[in-house]
Design a protein around this ligand. Structure first.
Ligand code: LMR
Length: 366
């Protein structure tokens, strides 16, 4: 049996976590031979609700659930964590745009970035779920100078899954027979759900669907799905978000199935002309605990325009929180390079191993 891994979760008594924790404790995320220690974090006034949830987890008698610890602060809750899933954030209500959340949530993620830097395991893998997820990931990462930006990711798998589900429904295909979907950019209404590389049972999707449906119905439906769910339920998506967290972390840690491409919000290394240093959703493959951007895709003018629009929104979000981004981490976020063979992270700001390293270096984000 493997040694247990420590997984810290903020917003642990909330609706997403309520769905997530039971799947996680049952092995769906880390594999069915990986014991887990859950370090659950909530606001002080929610600790009683969290205690109730912990009792329920205990009552499931999950063989893989090694230990549960409860914390009312992130500094303690992130201690030695190998994985951190940052769900807790001020949620969006009806009529609110995600950008309204920027200012309120920015402070939360500044503190969390610092706490990860000071208390988590040096190899911690971080997934930001709380909105605005991409920019929250940027804030947390920029406030964690001892960690590599490649250790931080933002959840766009929910959008990726939505695109796949809606396309499956429209074409009558089984979701498992669809591949090559890409979500570019921000987890917001500007995101670009791209079907140009998607296939159903190996056949290009765009040969099988009407271009008008793709551009006028499919794209806006995926882009606004989160808002539609809030309108209908009165609260944000929960179970589908939890499922997306499971998919994202499982693929990152255990690898994407052979040939499969998924979407992850990661720090841009300049691929496809996207400004370096922002957290942007790219097509990636994962292996051995790392992600790698899929290279060399042909992009038409329509796609480039859509990708630009969502990039512009992320740059505006970044400008709005610039005062929370320490200058000391600017260079590492804009000049990320990774040693492919050793796994050592090299920074152009000189904080990595010497430039005379015998290892191959590339500018790929992994
Ligand atoms: C979602 O996409 O369902 C969530 O991010 C909710 C939101 O605020 O958009």
């Amino acid at each position: 049996m493997r040694r247990p891994v420590r997984i810290a979760i903020t917003g642990a008594a909330g609706a997403i976590s309520n769905s997530l924790l039971f799947q996680l404790a049952d092995g769906s995320m880390m594999g069915d031979d990986q014991p887990v220690i859950l370090q659950l974090i909530e606001m002080p006034e929610r600790m009683e609700a969290l205690r109730g949830l912990a009792m329920e987890l205990e009552d499931c008698a999950f063989p893989l659930l090694h230990t549960i610890t409860l914390h009312d602060n992130v500094e303690e809750g992130f201690n030695n964590a190998h994985y951190a899933i940052l769900i807790g954030a001020r949620p969006r209500g009806p009529g609110m745009e995600r950008r309204d959340l920027l200012e309120v949530n920015a402070e939360i993620f500044t503190r969390q970035g610092k706490a990860l830097n000071d208390h988590a395991n040096r190899d911690v893998k971080v997934l930001v779920v709380g909105n605005p997820a991409n920019t929250n990931a940027l804030i947390a990462s920029r406030n964690a100078p001892r960690l590599s930006p490649s250790q931080f990711t933002a959840l766009t798998r929910l959008d990726h899954n939505r695109a796949k589900g809606i396309l499956a429904n429209h074409t009558g295909a089984n979701p498992q027979d669809i591949d090559g979907i890409i979500v570019w950019g921000n987890h917001s209404t500007t995101q670009f759900p791209d079907l140009h590389h998607a296939r159903v049972l190996g056949e290009p999707v765009l040969n099988q669907i009407d271009d008008g449906w793709y551009k006028n119905e499919f794209i806006p439906r995926v882009q606004t799905r989160g808002g539609q769910i809030i309108q209908a339920r009165g609260v944000s998506s929960a179970a589908s978000a939890a499922q997306a967290v499971i998919h994202h972390m499982r693929d990152w840690v255990l690898g994407t199935p052979s040939g499969q491409v998924v979407s992850m919000g990661i720090v841009s290394d300049g691929s496809y002309g996207i400004t370096k240093g922002i957290f942007y959703s790219f097509p990636v493959r994962c292996n051995y605990g790392r992600y790698q951007i899929v290279r060399g895709l042909q992009l038409n003018d329509f796609s480039l325009q859509m990708m630009k629009t969502t990039e512009t929104e992320l740059l505006e979000e970044k400008a709005a929180v610039e005062h929370l981004l320490p200058a000391e981490t600017a260079a590492s976020h804009e000049n990320l390079s990774i040693c492919l063979r050793s796994g050592v992270t090299l920074y152009a700001d000189g904080t990595g191993p010497e430039s005379a390293s015998k290892y191959l270096t590339t500018n790929r984000v992994m």
